[in-house]
Design a protein around this ligand. Structure first.
Ligand SMILES: *[C@@H]1O[C@H](CO)[C@@H](O)[C@H](O)[C@H]1NC(C)=O
Ligand SMILES: *[C@@H]1O[C@H](CO)[C@@H](O)[C@H](O)[C@H]1NC(C)=O
Ligand SMILES: *[C@@H]1O[C@H](CO)[C@@H](O)[C@H](O)[C@H]1NC(C)=O
Length: 480
């Protein structure tokens, strides 16, 4: 009898595990000597604590509070660890792919111009949500059994993680711009950029931040920053607040439930950056370009600024001028063989033939430069995969080019290795083993050639034993 009961309990739990529950519940239920009554109590508690499920990489930039930083170690030797990839079944140029998230069971979700797809850990397609003619150019995020994204027709969309069915779809504006932002959710609230229109220092851009109820899709509040936003990346911080930057590099801290401004700071008026903010070390890091290029002539040496603001007060702590444009979000964490916290900053003027791209690592306390990776230059007139796929993409109803940032956003893994994708297709693992401040040789850099650039909302996603990244047209997964 006891045996049968235990089997029944285990079966109940494992059915639940296929749904919203963490794997740990299965293991507990399987453990010998667990009484039926205890199991039922546990089941009740688990149901009540359902919202507590922590996904392994729940947004394009990972998890609160350490965005851009993985709890797990990702494989350094990328070519040897390649496990599987996904491209559109009709050919890689039939869609554009943007952002990856990973749930508690290591399923991988991928956003793309034509919708969102879910894959099991071995690469089997589980469902797809078709969005065309609206394109989903942001990185989605996971919260409480739902995946959230937004589309270019002005909708914020909530899909059931199990089957991809629409839970709600809220039309928040006529259009959401074709940049690569992040739709983020926490504490029952979803944040998305909206109101795509002129004017801004960079043409049509999103002018509003919208907060929606994660369960119902009802709009809660709207906030208009001083200048339009580009590649909107809100990051949750303590005390029910979040931070983000606008396209001039002005940083904002707002209350999540009301949209009330706690502080705003910095920025260079009239400028545009393809970059976004980061948090860590008690600071907010924001980036800006120092001037708009005269006559739209972009130089690979167009200088920018990386600024560190006190997270509680918004006061500037330090800033450094970067020798190349800081055109993506930094990552803040512990970098291999360096003491304390570091800021990993991708620098590049994209879409410029012959322009080199670097990755700089700064001391997060002071802004002192710690190491440099001198990356490759863009070889052709366009970034990898862009020109070749133009006609096919146009005929498939997605935008013809990816035209992304020079680098993906970077991720730092648990051992301090930096993972980042370059516009000519190489996906890099970088670490300074000999402490000489440069990255050089096979022991310090490993490369996997994806043959396409990486969108601004593409960011290496890391979960135990698995690393996933989307190039502009395909998903690549590496395993330990
Ligand atoms: C969302 O809506 C539900 C149902 O009306 C409500 O119970 C909940 O408090 C709302 N959450 C937020 C964050 O407004
Ligand atoms: C999580 O989703 C369930 C429904 O599946 C809902 O009852 C619950 O209120 C949600 N929790 C939060 C924090 O939104
Ligand atoms: C931020 O400001 C507060 C209040 O002045 C101070 O206590 C804290 O040390 C500052 N943190 C950093 C990282 O500068």
């Amino acid at each position: 009898m006891a045996r049968i009961l235990r089997a029944l309990v285990a079966a109940t739990f494992c059915a639940a595990c296929l749904g919203d529950y963490v794997e740990a519940d299965c293991k507990e239920a399987d453990s010998p000597g667990l009484a039926f009554i205890q199991a039922k109590a546990l089941a009740r508690d688990s149901a009540a604590a359902k919202k507590e499920v922590e996904y392994r990489w729940s947004s394009g930039r990972g998890n609160f509070p350490d965005y851009g930083v993985a709890k797990d170690t990702a494989p350094f030797d990328l070519p040897a660890r390649f496990a599987w990839s996904w491209s559109h079944p009709l050919g890689r140029f039939h869609t554009l792919t943007y952002g990856t998230v990973i749930d508690h069971l290591s399923n991988v979700y991928l956003s793309g111009a034509d919708g969102i797809r879910k894959f099991d850990p071995s690469g089997k397609l589980l469902w797809e949500y078709a969005s065309l003619p609206a394109e989903m150019m942001d990185a989605p995020s996971l919260f409480n059994g739902t995946i959230y994204g937004s589309d270019t027709h002005g909708n914020v969309v909530a899909l059931n993680m199990e089957d991809g069915k629409v839970e709600w779809k809220t039309h928040v504006s006529d259009a959401i711009c074709q940049d690569n932002g992040f739709t983020m959710a926490k504490d029952g609230v979803v944040l998305a950029a909206s109101d795509c229109r002129e004017p801004s220092p960079n043409g049509e851009s999103n002018h509003l931040v919208k907060a929606l109820n994660a369960s119902t899709g009802k709009q809660l509040w709207t906030y208009a920053p001083d200048t339009a936003i580009w590649n909107f990346l809100p990051l949750f911080v303590d005390e029910g607040d979040f931070v983000f930057q606008d396209m001039t590099g002005k940083a904002y801290r707002l209350h999540l439930h009301t949209g009330h401004v706690i502080w705003k700071s910095g920025g260079k008026e009239g400028t545009w950056t393809d970059g976004s903010a980061a948090v860590g070390n008690g600071m907010v890091f924001a980036v800006n370009n120092n001037h708009m290029p005269p006559n739209a002539f972009y130089s690979e040496y167009n200088p920018g600024t990386l600024s560190a603001y006190n997270l509680s007060t918004g006061k500037l702590v330090w800033k450094v001028v970067t020798q190349r444009p800081p055109n993506n979000a930094p990552a803040v964490g512990k970098v291999k063989n360096l003491p304390g916290m570091s800021v990993v900053m991708p620098l590049c003027q994209q879409v410029q033939q012959g322009a080199f791209c670097d990755v700089h690592v700064y001391n997060a306390d002071t802004g002192d430069l710690r190491w440099v990776f001198h990356g490759p230059a863009q070889a052709g007139p366009y970034q990898a995969g862009d020109l070749e796929g133009m006609d096919i993409r146009r005929s498939s109803g997605v935008r013809p080019t990816c035209l992304p940032n020079g680098w993906s956003a970077p991720t730092i893994d648990a051992e301090g290795t930096v993972f980042v994708g370059h516009e000519d297709g190489n996906f890099y693992a970088l670490r300074d083993m000999d402490g000489d401040g440069t990255i050089f040789g096979d022991d310090e850099s490993q490369i996997y050639d994806t043959k396409a650039a990486f969108a601004g909302s593409s960011s290496p996603a890391v979960a135990p034993g698995i690393l996933a990244i989307a190039s502009c047209d395909s998903l690549f997964v590496f395993k330990k």
